[in-house]
Design a protein. Structure first.
Length: 252
């Protein structure tokens, strides 16, 4: 992704404090999260070919259960708004309950992608993982396995999920410029397999920031700064020129 990605998140937070941008994001998110005519959920099953009554009923019930499990009635607005605002939204999916657990965007250190398969994400490196996540199956630290010994190639799963101490400064199959491996983990970092991460993104994979997305606010940053400077200039002018005369007496 972008080298200053985390700094941009802070920039978007400042932009969101502007009343006009705040209202614009609210309007976009509300428009995209309208409930359907039945008033039950923002999602529906669209059939390519006509399904049987039992299929429609069963899938409809599962869809309602999924909405209830993820609490989309209350969360979908904020999820969509965050995707527009930051360009991404990350969740760890519990493999047992399938529940989505939100992860702060700035906690995503990097995404290890498979270059040979079109930059397909294979692992998400997350720092400062919440204590209730550390006991999940997906975030357990497994012994380090050398991918060359396990058949070579880019393998997902336990191959790159070594203990933090074992990977520090070690030379892996893809050594970095500093002599260490790009798969090394710091003390507070965890590697989570991509199949357990739900990543909502505004990216089609055709830009340099992929696999991270681009915020809607990125394109209006220049206009936002111009508007901010204009507001300051008007305020300063009105303070400086406050005593100027409003009535002119003309002798006739």
């Amino acid at each position: 992704g972008s080298p200053n990605r985390v700094e941009r998140y802070q920039q978007y937070e400042v932009m969101d404090s502007d009343p006009e941008i705040n209202a614009a994001l609210d309007i976009l998110a509300e428009f995209c999260t309208q409930k359907l005519k039945d008033g039950k959920s923002p999602f529906t099953v669209r059939w390519n070919s006509k399904g049987t009554n039992s299929d429609i009923r069963i899938l409809g019930e599962y869809l309602q259960q999924w909405n209830k499990l993820q609490q989309f009635d209350t969360k979908i607005f904020r999820i969509v708004r965050n995707v527009f605002k930051y360009g991404d939204a990350f969740f760890i999916r519990d493999p047992e309950t399938q529940k989505w657990n939100w992860i702060d965007n700035s906690k995503i250190i990097k995404i290890i992608a498979n270059e040979s398969e079109g930059k397909k994400p294979e692992q998400y490196i997350i720092k400062d993982l919440a204590p209730n996540f550390e006991n999940l199956v997906v975030t357990q630290i497994t012994p380090n396995i050398n991918p060359r010994q396990s058949g070579g190639g880019m393998t997902s799963g336990a191959g790159y999920m070594g203990s933090p101490g074992a990977q520090k400064g070690s030379s892996g199959p893809f050594p970095s410029a500093s002599g260490g491996s790009r798969f090394g983990l710091a003390e507070t970092e965890h590697a989570v397999d991509a199949e357990h991460v739900v990543h909502l993104s505004l990216s089609e994979g055709l830009d340099n920031n992929y696999p991270f997305g681009n915020s809607l606010l990125e394109n209006i940053f220049k206009v936002y700064k111009q508007k901010e400077l204009l507001e300051d200039a008007i305020l300063i002018y009105r303070i400086q020129r406050a005593p100027e005369r409003r009535v002119f007496h003309i002798d006739v």
